[in-house]
Design a protein around this ligand. Structure first.
Ligand SMILES: Cc1cc2nc3c(=O)[nH]c(=O)nc-3n(C[C@H](O)[C@H](O)[C@H](O)COP(=O)(O)OP(=O)(O)OC[C@H]3O[C@@H](n4cnc5c(N)ncnc54)[C@H](O)[C@@H]3O)c2cc1C
Length: 452
């Protein structure tokens, strides 16, 4: 008899940790993902600001699973899931992939949300993928290069103003690193401009930074951000983003125009659209962020063979963080193995909160382990370093990441500053080709699909 086939969609935290737990199980596993790598999203901002290389935070999934004989890795973007026929269909370039499953784990994550203003993305890219991080790196370093060339004072001001929208962990960490970059690392590198005069603004519509960390840690984070030179503007709603700047409405009704060439959007998330397909077919509810309501064992109603984990799932108001995805993926694997071996797992998924942390400056962070244990400053930073190093996948990556951190935190160097023109304009160029545009396997373009 054929072994049960487990299909896993996504090679992020949920998908990869589930796949690895099947190592000794009597099943065949196919992990299908639209990217070839397992991306460690929490460190994307370090790729964007020249600390780490993309390879360090995105090792190849194929390489991670190379010794797991029962696991196969396929590159494909899943476009259809049919719960009745238990089929997953994906496409990459012109190649279609059709997979039949006995069990399905959907861990396709979330994308950026612009809260209905998708046109903001043209001028303020998000921070979700390696593409995003490399584009942002090109925008940050490119803005300073252009400022060095300019003789126009207002243009220089715009090029030397950086705006980060969203004061969650990503926005806070990014703003902190851009300020370090401009006010420390690059101070001796330019001749016409003084990078110490760069402005870095962090905006949020909420009245506090990092709201889930609680009042005390939020206040400590804001104080530290301001100490290192970040201008924090809270209760500030972004009303428009264009090529030269950003429009903001404040809580008192006043409006402000901030001229800035380089803007980053780190404000909202929207679950993968596959969630909607699953909800429509199973009758599961879907929330405003597009997450699918799952049963306490992370399955879909009427489909005990289909699990939804991580950023795509909605259960007990659990946050969209790596530990929820990791623990959810591992629970789904345990549940499937239990069924296959005749030892069913009957207890529901129980999330163990291991705390959360955010880096603000060199040697400065905040960490909320639980309601009683809350750290600030160097102890929080040391805890952050330790935890992140453990979760970086692969021994070699851990060593090189540690080396880069020594270069950055003990010195103030940034060794990963290479940017290319394609990184800078690639996303916008593809967008101009139009929605119908599909690259082909041979790398050629169909001229009839190019919009003029
Ligand atoms: C910039 C940033 C910083 C963060 N910082 C932290 C932090 O400090 N601490 C923390 O706990 N969490 C943090 N998070 C959140 C954390 O990274 C996510 O909660 C976690 O990655 C969710 O795991 P997941 O498996 O659900 O999705 P992901 O890790 O996003 O993985 C999704 C996978 O699905 C694949 N995929 C997507 N669509 C398709 C498709 N149609 N077909 C095939 N494959 C598909 C993707 O390629 C990817 O491999 C951060 C997130 C971001 C973006």
């Amino acid at each position: 008899m054929a072994r049960p086939h487990v299909v896993i969609i996504g090679s992020g935290f949920g998908g990869l940790f589930a796949a690895r737990d099947f190592e000794k199980a009597d099943v065949d596993v196919t992990i299908v993902s639209k990217t070839t790598a397992h991306l460690f999203q929490p460190l994307l901002y370090q790729v964007a600001t020249g600390i780490l290389s993309s390879g360090e935070i995105a090792p190849a999934t194929r390489d991670i699973l190379r010794k797991q004989d029962n696991a196969r890795v396929l590159l494909s973007e899943v476009t259809h899931i049919n719960l009745d026929t238990r089929t997953v269909i994906g496409v990459k370039l012109e190649k279609q992939t059709v997979l039949k499953y006995d069990y399905l784990i959907v861990a396709a994550g979330a994308g950026q949300s612009y809260f209905g203003n998708d046109h903001f993305a043209t001028f303020a890219p998000g921070m979700k993928t390696i593409d995003d991080a490399l584009e942002l790196r090109a925008r940050i370093f490119g803005a300073l290069e252009m400022a060095e060339l300019s003789n126009d004072a207002s243009e220089i001001e715009s090029l030397m103003t950086f705006v980060v929208v969203g004061a969650g962990p990503t926005g806070v960490e990014l703003a902190g690193q851009i300020v370090e970059l401009c006010h420390k690392t690059l101070v001796e590198s330019f001749r016409s401009i003084d990078t110490r005069t760069c402005r870095v603004l962090l905006l949020d519509a909420a009245p506090v930074v990092l709201p889930p960390f609680g009042e005390r840690l939020s206040a400590a984070a804001k104080k530290e951000l301001e100490r290192i030179g970040v201008e924090v503007k809270l209760s500030a709603m972004v009303t428009n983003v264009d090529a030269t700047g950003i429009d903001v409405k404040h809580a008192d009704g006043t409006t402000e125009r901030i001229n800035a060439t380089c803007k980053v959007w780190a404000a909202g998330v929207q679950a993968n659209p596959l969630g909607r397909t699953l909800a429509e077919q199973s009758g599961a509810e879907i929330d405003r962020a597009g997450r699918v309501s799952v049963l306490p064992d992370l399955t879909l109603p009427g489909h005990p063979e289909v699990f939804v984990v991580g950023d795509m799932m909605s259960l007990d108001r659990l946050p969209g963080v790596a530990q929820v995805a990791i623990q959810g993926g591992r629970y789904a694997a345990r549940k499937i193995i239990g069924e296959v071996t005749g030892h069913p797992v009957t207890e529901p998924f129980a999330y163990k909160d291991k705390g959360s942390m955010a880096v603000i400056s060199r040697f400065g962070a905040i960490a909320k382990i639980n309601d009683k244990v809350q750290l600030t400053g160097f102890p929080a930073w040391a805890a952050w370093l330790f935890v992140h190093l453990i979760y970086v996948v692969g021994f070699k990556n851990r060593i090189t990441t540690l080396l880069h951190w020594v270069i950055t935190f003990l010195g103030s160097g940034r060794s990963e500053r290479v940017t290319t023109e394609q990184q800078l304009v690639g996303r916008l160029a593809v967008k101009q080709l139009g929605e119908d545009f599909q690259p082909t396997i041979s790398g050629t373009l169909d001229p009839s699909k190019i919009k003029h």
